[in-house]
Write a protein that binds this ligand. Structure first.
Ligand SMILES: NC(=O)C1=CN([C@@H]2O[C@H](COP(=O)(O)OP(=O)(O)OC[C@H]3O[C@@H](n4cnc5c(N)ncnc54)[C@H](OP(=O)(O)O)[C@@H]3O)[C@@H](O)[C@H]2O)C=CC1
Ligand SMILES: CC1=C(/C=C/C(C)=C/C=C/C(C)=C/C=O)C(C)(C)CCC1
Length: 318
């Protein structure tokens, strides 16, 4: 199978589960067959779920290939296997999370987060750029996060890796516009994928060496329950994020940024509302440490501020 005339070749990283898998299937099932999806994953032994969900699009509008974003050889091999090495839309989705007190995290584990989330995407972009520039067309999409705009407690390294991606893309987007290449950052809040489970598995294994008892207490008994509640109450489905991403790919003039969860917009906006930064730091402090009544009240106030009925009323008065 290969792309037919007029089809856009979309390469997605990290398609073994979660957002990448949903997006690959969604684009492959496009009613107008506008996309030829190269759905990649680092370990092909995990391709079963994607094959199943792809159904009859498999080997028609979707092909599964091996790609580890941390390996030069793997990236080269994958691109060499694509007709004319042509990628019209690159979706950098592969990523890993990391939570916990930094005192108990090793430097190699922290570097692994940057190697995957930041340098992995940089490696991919470097690899497709010469061809996109020659053809004067292309779209580079990055699965960032609201944590690329606003740090969240105990997510220090993960958040930094997404901030790094945001800074990188802001810089690159200006140059690339000269070549008619668009860059877009997708910024979801929590999404119900394997992501949270993988984090909890890591946390379960750790004895938090090097971290003091108070910090471990705040992490385990304050942060973890609050974070879990946020995933349960405000978490989006990978399908919602996939659909938002598909809309961005379809745009004739793609947006540079797309927050998928309106509930986070006011949280992120705080830093621009008070340039001293104290509003952000103190609000997050109160939300976390006055968890309980205040936490629940604040979260429902936020929900009320941003819920769609309110916006419908204010934007389209009846
Ligand atoms: N879930 C969430 O709450 C949010 C997630 N995001 C971002 O969305 C993206 C997708 O995450 P999500 O779907 O939620 O999580 P999942 O854990 O379900 O999926 C992550 C995918 O990335 C892959 N991956 C990890 N390392 C590599 C690598 N070196 N090379 C290739 N693939 C790799 C995983 O493959 P494998 O199975 O082999 O490990 C898996 O396919 C990430 O960038 C994440 O940071 C953003 C906001 C919120
Ligand atoms: C909003 C908020 C919290 C947690 C937010 C979380 C857990 C967000 C997760 C986002 C993810 C997983 C993004 C992935 O890229 C706290 C600190 C519990 C309390 C204060 C308010």
């Amino acid at each position: 199978a290969m792309a037919s005339g007029g089809q856009r070749v979309v390469l997605i990283t990290g398609c073994s589960s979660g957002i990448g898998l949903r997006l690959a299937v969604l684009l492959a099932q496009d009613a107008k067959k506008r996309y030829y999806v190269v759905a990649t994953m680092r370990d092909l032994r995990k391709k079963g779920r994607l094959e199943e969900e792809a159904g009859d699009t498999l080997n028609k509008t979707l092909t599964i290939r091996a790609l580890d974003v941390c390996s030069d050889e793997s990236v080269t091999q994958c691109l060499d296997g694509i007709q004319d090495r042509r990628v019209d839309v690159l979706i950098n989705n592969a990523g890993i999370g990391q939570i916990g007190p930094i005192e108990s995290l090793g430097m190699p584990e922290m570097q692994k987060v940057f190697e995957t989330n930041f340098f992995g995407a940089v490696r991919m972009i470097k690899a497709v750029l010469p061809d996109m520039k020659r053809r004067k067309s292309g779209h580079i999409v990055v699965m960032s996060s609201v944590m690329g705009l606003q740090g969240i407690v105990f997510n220090d390294i993960y958040s930094a890796s997404k901030f790094a991606m945001e800074g990188f893309c802001e810089s690159l987007a200006v140059q690339l516009l000269k070549f008619n290449i668009n860059v877009s950052l997708i910024e979801p809040g929590p999404v119900n994928t394997e992501f949270e489970m993988k984090l909890m598995e890591e946390v379960g294994k750790s004895e938090f060496p090097g971290a003091d008892a108070d910090t471990v207490h705040y992490f385990k008994n304050v942060y973890l329950p609050a974070s879990h509640e946020i995933f349960v109450t405000l978490g989006q489905s990978p399908d919602t994020v996939a659909k938002a991403t598909a809309r961005v790919i379809e745009m004739s003039r793609p947006v540079f940024r797309c927050q998928t969860n309106a509930l986070y917009t006011p949280l992120v906006a705080m830093k621009y509302a008070d340039e001293s930064g104290n509003l952000s730091v103190r609000t997050f402090y109160n939300l976390l440490f006055n968890y309980g009544t205040l936490f629940h009240l604040s979260m429902s106030a936020l929900r009320c501020l941003t819920c769609s009925c309110f916006r419908r009323r204010s934007v389209y008065p009846s």
